[in-house]
Write a protein that binds this ligand. Structure first.
Ligand code: PEP
Ligand code: MN
Length: 362
């Protein structure tokens, strides 16, 4: 597959290409004010959701077709290109009818081949750029499949957006990045334009800057960031939206190594993967400690001693054997397990010594 990176004829492809705008279109004033502030800062592509995929019914599900007229005003008044999410044939027809310049496929659609086929059929024959967000689950083939369906429908201006992947226990990220998945996508399709969406990845405004920097270090082409002129009043994703002023500040502080050496890119990719595993390690250790505490309470209530030598030996022996099979030296694994076990015992002794009125605080 060969893609056309020039999404718009006059689009400057210098990194980062920035796409920004509110999570949702809410009012005419909100979109126009936000758009004007962004345009003043040199942003060329405006994002805004007209139809919103909300997890539960009853939340703000988007303003609908009525908002398309306001996006048209954004174009006329600021000269920015506009883009919105489409998740059905009807959305495609309506968006195109109102002159939306680019479409994006949301994570909840990329995951669904039936829907991807329907959307691809609807855009067949149109010369419109389409961005494909990663599917909600970390499955590269589903992502590739969605891109292939659009490609078969004749779409060549395709970009992808890494917005992180959903997991059942959200700790640091709303949608955890799995940097190696888009890296593999880029290895297969080197000319595919790649964006990072730090807003949906982090789910909090504080994470936008570090995630954007990481994306730049990994040689992403662009950033897809939610902005709102009054983020605290936003009807959706309020906690992750920033003002256009803050966006400008973040962009200014980004270090963009233009034409980065392939070696540096490779190193950043490895580091990103290590960070991801360290994240998982910390989260796993924290979960393990919580269970240790529960066991501590159980032992206390049932008068069982903290240190169970047989159990301790079994844990160490089994895991050291497993680790050796995976190429980890036994004394290294032993040290790690002992440190973890020592802390579990300390926690349980603390529980034993707690006065009984507090033992119910688990
Ligand atoms: C969005 O960009 O507003 C959105 C709904 O994103 P995602 O599909 O990544 O959840
Ligand atoms: Mn959003």
């Amino acid at each position: 597959m060969q893609f056309n990176r020039q999404l718009f004829p006059d689009l400057d492809l210098t990194r980062p290409i920035v796409i920004s705008g509110p999570c949702s279109v809410e009012t005419e004033e909100q979109v126009l004010t936000t758009a004007r502030q962004l345009a003043e800062k040199g942003i060329r592509i405006f994002r805004a959701g007209i139809w919103k995929p909300r997890t539960r019914p009853g939340a703000f599900e988007g303003i609908g077709t009525k908002g398309l007229a306001w996006l048209k005003l954004v174009k006329e008044q600021t000269g920015m290109y506009t883009c919105t999410e489409v998740a059905s044939t009807q959305h495609v027809y309506e968006a195109v009818k109102y002159g939306v310049d680019m479409l994006w496929i949301g994570a909840r659609s990329t995951v669904n081949p039936f829907l991807m086929q329907e959307i691809s059929d609807a855009v067949q024959g149109l010369d419109i750029p389409v961005l494909v967000k990663n599917p909600v689950n970390p499955d590269l083939e589903l992502w590739v499949g969605a891109i292939e369906r659009l490609y078969k429908a004749g779409i060549r201006k395709i970009g992808v957006v890494h917005r992180g992947f959903s997991s059942w226990d959200k700790q640091i990220y709303r949608n955890a990045p799995h940097w190696h998945i888009p890296i593999e996508l880029r290895r297969r399709f080197p000319d595919l334009l790649m964006f990072c969406d730090p807003s949906h990845m982090g789910g909090k405004r504080e994470l936008i800057s570090p995630l954007s920097q990481q994306a730049m270090d990994l040689n992403y082409d662009g950033l897809f960031i939610e902005t709102h002129y009054k983020p605290e009043t936003a009807l959706s994703d309020s906690g992750q939206q920033i003002t256009p002023d803050v966006l400008q500040y973040i962009l200014k502080t980004l270090v963009v190594r233009q034409g980065g050496k392939p070696d540096a890119e490779k190193l950043s990719a490895y580091r990103a993967e290590i960070d991801e595993y360290d994240d998982q390690l910390v989260e796993l250790i924290s979960k393990r400690m919580k269970i240790s505490k529960l066991i501590g309470h159980y032992k206390k209530e049932n008068n069982i001693q903290v240190l169970q030598a047989a159990r301790y030996n079994e844990i160490i022996e089994e895991r050291v054997k497993q680790a050796a099979g995976l190429g980890i030296k036994s004394d290294c694994m032993q040290k790690i397990l002992e440190a973890i076990h020592e802390e579990s015992v300390r926690l349980q002794i603390e529980i034993m010594n707690m006065d009984n009125s507090k033992t119910s605080e688990k």
